[in-house]
Design a binder for this molecule. Structure first.
Ligand SMILES: NC(=O)c1ccc[n+]([C@@H]2O[C@H](COP(=O)([O-])OP(=O)(O)OC[C@H]3O[C@@H](n4cnc5c(N)ncnc54)[C@H](O)[C@@H]3O)[C@@H](O)[C@H]2O)c1
Length: 351
């Protein structure tokens, strides 16, 4: 069997400091006989020297375009616009299977180049559960920002930070408050609960069982709410404009970690634009006040912790890289997506 050659690319987005493979996991791959080339990247949270020290090869940022054909290119977020034809196998979050803007164009680049997209969102086990995800730290950060804002201790613009720094700020902030986490049993939900506990808050936890017959009054009686639900079928909204206008509403801070804006699955159709690092909070109502935090790249605020967690899960799959099991499912998803758009992908041939 040909030896696996992974090529960890530099991320194009300047604010993206995360990486899907951290140096300690790079060492595991190298020890297993994998060739791992790591591109130089000024913003990656781990310096390239740490990869070099464990036996990785080093290459210039963006040089994956001329990598050997058999190399599997690994990244997190979007590819640069060039080259127009993608000839390699790529592992990253393509966001290309739900009709997103640019989805068809991206798939066409693969089809015309003869390359393949192995989308990390579709790397799932036999029961369809995601094998590598960033949810925990998204939930942690979403809840932490909400508490800090509620207590008047949130500074903007937001900057990438560490768990220790966030924890210290949570512990130093003060103020009694009641909090609710919906989707509490999921990855984001667990992270949100931990952040709230670190802030000295014992949250009410709801998941599927508790929202089946939604008690809106109870929901509105919490001062802070964190939504971390992942639903694949439309459900009645948890909040409507009418609820926001309730004069005796106690809810003051809403953190939407799910951020399903514009989707038919949106359980919080009370706003239509996300917030961001420069302006993390938007006021939705003045009387009584209701402030929203709806940031769609929360894990990037904790690049080291988020990378460590994600990499620990991904490396297990990379050690078992192949064309069956989870990677086979990724490949099937790519094939289906291309066919749905009337594009027939070519059989990948690296020889
Ligand atoms: N904002 C960000 O930066 C960011 C980062 C990562 C993930 N996310 C998003 O956060 C969401 C959650 O991700 P996750 O990894 O935690 O998913 P998950 O599958 O681990 O957890 C989702 C939870 O929601 C619960 N749930 C589903 N429908 C529900 C309902 N009607 N009522 C109550 N609970 C319900 C599930 O039972 C599960 O416990 C996803 O939409 C994901 O895309 C956002």
């Amino acid at each position: 069997m040909t030896q696996l050659h992974l090529w960890l690319r530099h991320e194009t987005r300047t604010t993206e400091r995360r990486t899907p493979i951290v140096p300690s996991d790079a060492a595991r791959l190298v020890a297993d006989g994998v060739t791992l080339t790591v591109e130089e990247s000024p913003q990656r949270v781990f310096p390239v020297e740490e990869y070099e020290a464990v036996g990785c090869r080093v290459a210039a940022a963006g040089s994956w375009v001329s990598a050997p054909k058999e190399a599997v290119i690994v990244g997190l977020k979007e590819l640069p616009d060039e080259p127009t034809r993608l000839t390699h196998r790529h592992i990253f979050f393509g966001h290309a299977y739900k009709g997103q803007p640019g989805a068809e164009a991206l798939l066409r680049r693969f089809v015309t180049g003869g390359g393949l997209l192995l989308d990390l969102e579709y790397l799932v086990d036999d029961d369809g559960r995601r094998l590598a995800a960033f949810g925990y730290w998204a939930g942690y950060m979403g809840a932490a920002l909400a508490v800090l804002h509620h207590r008047g201790a949130l500074d903007a613009p937001l900057q990438p930070t560490t768990k220790e720094a966030v924890e210290a700020r949570l512990r130093a902030s003060e103020g009694e408050l009641t909090a609710l986490v919906i989707g509490a049993l999921g990855r984001c939900g667990r992270g949100a609960r931990v952040a709230l506990l670190e802030a000295g808050i014992e949250p009410t936890c709801w998941d599927l069982a508790e929202t089946r017959d939604l008690d809106r009054r109870a929901l509105l009686d919490h001062e802070l709410m964190v939504n971390t639900v992942l639903t694949t079928t439309p459900v009645p909204p948890f909040l409507t404009d009418k609820d926001l206008d309730e004069p005796d509403r106690r809810l003051r801070t809403l953190a939407d970690v799910t951020v399903d804006v514009g989707s038919p699955m949106n359980v919080l159709p009370v706003y239509d634009t996300t917030t961001g690092w420069d302006h993390p909070v938007r006021r939705l109502r003045e009387r009584p006040v209701l402030d929203l935090i709806a940031i769609d790249n929360l894990p990037s605020l904790l690049p080291e912790e988020a990378s460590n967690d994600f990499s620990a899960a991904l490396v297990l799959q990379l050690l078992d890289f192949g064309v069956t099991g989870p990677w086979g499912r990724c490949l099937d998803r790519f094939t289906d997506a291309c066919q749905e758009l009337g594009m027939a992908e070519r059989k990948f041939d690296h020889d």
